[in-house]
Design a protein around this ligand. Structure first.
Ligand SMILES: Cc1cc2nc3c(=O)[nH]c(=O)nc-3n(C[C@H](O)[C@H](O)[C@H](O)COP(=O)(O)OP(=O)(O)OC[C@H]3O[C@@H](n4cnc5c(N)ncnc54)[C@H](O)[C@@H]3O)c2cc1C
Length: 453
């Protein structure tokens, strides 16, 4: 059966070597960082595609989807496979569509819009953009590996979001071409508001094949760290930077102790028992930042230039969801949540969580800007895992006190991500993938309708 599938796909792509069947390769291409979740770890380990194919053009994507549509074969799109929640794990076998070869940066326009293919790595785009005075507005801490298409389809924000909001905000995603799973498939242009039909839909309602991604003017950044005696002091200092528009910043992060003890390669910036603040601020403001840290009880432990993704140490490697990775390396019983605290009541929310869960939850804050311009404490707290029930208790308690939670321990959009109440992603799926062949099982509100041929 798989031999027949391989032979058919080999007829579609120009080079048959781009049809992959080796079990070890299929295993790798069928998985991402789902194992961050102790719950998904057991559920998704044995899920595997039947075959993988690496198209190199939109024409090949159209032909592969046409073939899959005719034969009712599921297709799961893959960028670099750095997603969490098993976003690109094929639940029903079929074809993995690996877009890593479609990685061209076509141009950066005069007004700072990158036009690219989906497999382009964000780190390459950041490097190329900075050469001509532009840079990414925001990027995940997986910058070096992650693809632009995977970020738009699976990510939400990251370094830069304290200034530029999430991917869905401020017209950052200008447009894209999306290949549908209609019979026959089409390449359709989505621009303006229409991007939200496909954005962060995990490849369940189309395959992004060309992207228009707005950049920001490049800034000369300094990465810096300071330690504070208590979490409260560290948070107060970080918040004062994050909410004040006079600071030009790309990253404002707070880790309560003992999270900094997990960062083994950069222990020189850590002090035992102290909370750590990590920032990227404009180099012209670095001295002012140092003075503020020192006059508010902090000790500055590091300050150095950011010169692009190859900077060493690259301090963003300890932020966003990399923090969880370091925690799990130190103690495999740790896992995480993805939260948004209230901009006004967060201290009371911290207190209630501390009272109820003690050191089962460790605060890791990433300040972010909302689409309405409000800066608030986003968070990826490190959580000690005992049972699924206890984890669900914590999630329910967070929600009961007004803390937003995107649950990273389920692998369907409706609870894990930013499924939209206006249902436009579902409506797009009904239109573009009526047979439910794109990444099946990840949009659970979708019901296949009888398709008349
Ligand atoms: C250590 C670590 C840190 C992380 N930090 C962050 C962070 O700071 N911010 C953040 O937002 N995320 C973060 N993530 C999640 C992930 O790295 C990012 O979302 C990343 O941008 C995903 O890119 P990728 O190319 O690896 O996508 P993949 O994992 O390959 O795919 C992600 C999803 O998008 C779909 N997809 C991929 N390409 C396409 C396409 N062309 N068309 C349609 N669908 C497509 C896939 O089917 C899948 O559902 C982190 C993950 C890890 C493991």
């Amino acid at each position: 059966m798989h031999e027949k599938l391989a032979a058919e796909l080999a007829r579609i792509v120009a080079d048959p070597a781009r049809v992959l069947t080796a079990p070890a390769v299929l295993d790798r291409l069928s998985h991402d960082f789902y194992w961050y979740s102790p719950i998904l770890r057991t559920r998704l380990a044995d899920k595997m595609a039947d075959i993988a194919v690496q198209p190199s053009s939109v024409e090949e994507v159209l032909d592969i989807l046409h073939f899959a549509c005719e034969h009712e074969i599921p297709v799961t799109t893959r960028g670099a496979g750095t997603g969490n929640y098993g976003q690109c794990v094929p639940l029903e076998g079929g074809i993995v569509l690996d877009l890593s070869l479609m990685d061209k940066l076509e141009e950066i326009t005069q007004d700072g819009v990158a036009v690219c293919q989906p497999g382009l790595r964000l780190g390459v785009l950041e490097t190329e953009a900075r050469k001509i005075g532009w840079e990414l507005r925001m990027y995940p801490s997986t910058l070096v590996k992650a693809s632009v298409g995977g970020f738009l389809a699976g990510g939400s924000g990251g370094i830069g979001s304290v200034e530029h909001g999430g991917l869905r905000d401020f017209d950052t995603v200008r447009g894209f071409e999306v290949v549908t799973m209609e019979d026959p498939p089409r390449a359709v242009l989505h621009e303006g508001e229409a991007v939200h039909e496909i954005l962060h839909a995990w490849g369940t309602n189309g395959v992004l094949t060309r992207i228009w991604f707005a950049l920001a003017p490049a800034v000369e950044w300094t990465q810096a760290t300071a330690v504070f005696g208590t979490y409260d002091e560290a948070f107060r200092f970080a918040e004062s930077i994050a909410v004040d528009s006079a600071w030009t910043k790309r990253l404002v992060t707070v880790f309560e102790w003992p999270i900094p003890s997990f960062f083994t390669p950069v222990q020189h910036v850590v002090r035992a028992g102290k909370s750590l603040v990590l920032v990227m601020v404009e180099s012209a403001q670095a001295q002012k930042w140092r003075v503020l840290a020192e006059t508010t009880g902090g000790e500055v432990t590091f300050s150095g230039p950011y010169s692009g993704p190859r900077t060493q140490p690259l301090l963003s490697d300890y932020t966003w969801n990399h923090t969880t990775l370091w925690a799990m390396k130190a103690d495999p019983s740790y896992t995480y949540l993805q939260c948004g605290f209230s901009a006004t009541d967060c201290r009371e929310q911290f207190r209630q969580l501390r009272d109820r869960f003690g050191d089962e939850i460790l605060f890791h804050i990433e300040f972010m800007k909302n689409g309405d311009g409000t800066v608030f404490p986003g968070a990826i707290p490190v959580v000690r895992f005992t049972t699924e029930e206890r984890l669900n208790d914590m999630i329910a308690f967070c929600r009961s006190i007004g803390v937003y939670v995107a649950n990273p321990h389920v692998n369907y959009l409706e609870d894990a991500g930013r499924f939209r109440a206006d249902n436009i992603q579902l409506l797009a799926k009904q239109r573009y993938d009526p047979r439910g062949l794109l990444n099946p099982g990840k949009m659970i509100s979708f019901r296949r309708r009888e398709v008349v041929r």
